[in-house]
Write a new protein. Sequence first.
Length: 228
Amino acid sequence: MRKKLIRCSTCNRVIADYEGHELARSKSLAGVEWSDSDLTGAKEFLRTHSGHPLEELWIEEDTWMSEKPCWDPSGTSYFLAGNPRGKFWVQKKKPALDQPAAYEIVPGSLNLSAVALRIQEEDLRRQIAGEKTFSPLLKQRMERFIGIFGEEVSGILPERFEEEARVMEEGENSLSALGELNPARWARILNRCRLYFEGPELDSIRRFVEENRQPPHVLSVRLERRIS
């Protein structure tokens, strides 16, 4: 991610900072090679806003929000950028890796909102199928466990999950995270399992829970978010 943007204070437009606006000197800037489309867009910005007051905006990297992983610069992302005079939310759109990014000031404020909780159902079934200590019968009966687990998770409000989760681990992008259910919820799940499992089967389930409850394992819960 770039460190700075240039904003036209008159028009409220922004563009990436190309070496302090020194675009005409060389296409080979310090440590970076810009494409022709990058430079054309930057020069056009400076022509359009010639004579207008321009200011630097420093990007706050810890405010980055995106639908893509942090290592992928394509897609749509949002972040705060500012200076002592004020801060602005900025939207960055980059349709593809070989295309230039476009920046735009977003009015108002943005937040990440939790919208859904999901168990990792398919991954969980694959893990159960591969458990060497589970008998073939227990593997079939674990559908009951999956149902109990899913019912417990369905009773949690997504917006409260991060407060009550024992451990949270961010996903590869801003729109997802994995969390561990707290001990009280696991106690309820295992107590319900007593109605359907006993003896060695219940012991195997307890061991399975202990080995797989923390992120990123299959009994961690996926939190889905949206930018709003």
